[in-house]
Design a protein around this ligand. Structure first.
Ligand SMILES: *Cc1c(COP(=O)(O)O)cnc(C)c1O
Length: 370
């Protein structure tokens, strides 16, 4: 038998979540599968909605090439566009859409010699202040790109900084900046727009009302993997977890009240304790920062992490699960244990947990009639 750490990936859940995203938003949806589909496997995820997805979004040309090589023919948007001018021939050859988020990209694109014009998603900095053109630069850039021989079509986009925070008015301010700026572009009234990430789809109907369903695009990412980025949200139940990370108990010992376990002896038993050792550690992507008390399930029963997570192993409290034995299944996150809850206990977000999963065996399931 091999090491029992497994990431079970439910592609039917991924497909379900894509449909939820489209339905909530009402327009077209680019499935964001950058970073190997947030650690889930980009080709598998893309294939599971092939023929149904309106398109995909990835971070860079290399990620797009992988999808094209696997036969994916839907539109693919490069969320950061190109990093160097010499990528343009390949981008053109595999027919990707590009984000233009900076003036240097604009200049390179306008002076490039392309085999065919590219579809450009022009990114505005409406308040996140990461990438994107400022509103005044944006209007200028739009005018230069619109009708240019290298530009097949223009889509107007921006990205939210705080859409996961329902009590912040920053998202409404960003919507207003975006709306006011594109209103200046008279020709742009019927131009396609793209604002909403997962948090906006789930929490900010205002982001959707800007344009009608035919011309608006969403860019759902994390919700496709079943994690709701809005912690206070009531809609969490409509999403299905895609990844279930499991392993097994490989050792059990009983320690006395006052005994400590593991590196740094950071956990000291407050009562006589049955300790299970699980074959999963931070080298598999389980966060080392997870604290004692982080939820975990053993043979379907909820319990907690104890002590310090090591590279290949971690400890689980089995005191109240007397039936647990060597080989008992442990869910680190997935169906019973919400990735969001583990992330919270580790001081991070589900995005990072998913992206970090490695070394474990990946097993794909698809109830394809769903
Ligand atoms: C990653 C990314 C998304 C997806 O965001 P989620 O929060 O995962 O939904 C959307 N748009 C852009 C520009 C991104 O970089």
């Amino acid at each position: 038998m091999s090491r029992p750490a497994i990431a079970h990936i439910r592609l039917d859940a991924f497909r379900h979540n894509y449909r939820v995203a489209k339905q909530c938003h009402g327009g077209k949806a680019l499935a964001v599968i950058k970073a190997n589909a947030y650690g889930h496997g980009a080709v598998h995820c893309a294939k599971s909605i092939e023929g149904e997805a309106d398109g995909f979004a990835v971070a860079c040309l290399e990620e797009a090439l992988q999808l094209r090589e696997a036969g994916i023919s839907e539109p693919i948007l490069l969320l950061e566009g190109f990093f160097e001018a010499n990528e343009l021939p390949d981008i053109d050859a595999i027919d990707c859409l590009i984000v233009v988020h900076a003036k240097w990209q604009l200049e390179i694109l306008l002076s490039a010699k392309l085999a065919q014009p590219l579809q450009v998603w022009l990114k505005m900095d409406s308040g996140m202040h990461r990438v994107g053109l400022s509103p005044s630069e944006y209007v200028q850039a739009f005018k230069r790109l619109n009708g240019h021989k290298n530009v097949a079509k223009l889509v107007l986009m921006s990205h939210f900084a705080n859409a996961d925070n329902l009590s912040s008015d920053h998202t409404l301010q960003q919507i207003e900046v975006f709306q006011n700026t594109i209103h200046e572009l008279k020709q742009a009234i019927n131009v396609e727009t793209s604002l909403a990430n997962s948090a906006a789809i789930l929490g900010w109907q205002q982001a959707m009302r800007l344009s009608d369903t035919k011309t608006r695009w969403s860019r759902p990412g994390i919700m496709l993997y079943g994690a709701n980025p809005i912690v206070q949200s009531s809609q969490v139940h409509v999403l299905k977890p895609v990844m279930q990370l499991t392993s097994k108990i490989i050792s059990i010992r009983n320690i006395k009240k006052g005994d400590s376990i593991g590196y740094g002896s950071i956990f000291t038993a407050e009562r006589d304790t049955t300790v299970g050792v699980v074959a999963c550690g931070y080298a598999d992507g389980y966060p080392r920062s997870a604290i004692t008390g982080t939820p975990m399930a053993v043979d379907g029963k909820m319990t907690r992490l104890i002590g310090c997570v090591s590279m290949d192993m971690l400890f689980v409290d089995l005191t109240d699960i007397p039936a647990a034995s060597i080989g008992s299944q442990v869910e680190l996150w997935g169906n019973q244990v919400a990735a969001n809850d583990v992330a919270k206990a580790a001081g991070t977000i589900a995005y990072e947990l998913f992206c970090n999963v490695k070394r474990v065996h990946f097993q794909y399931f698809d109830a394809s009639n769903i």
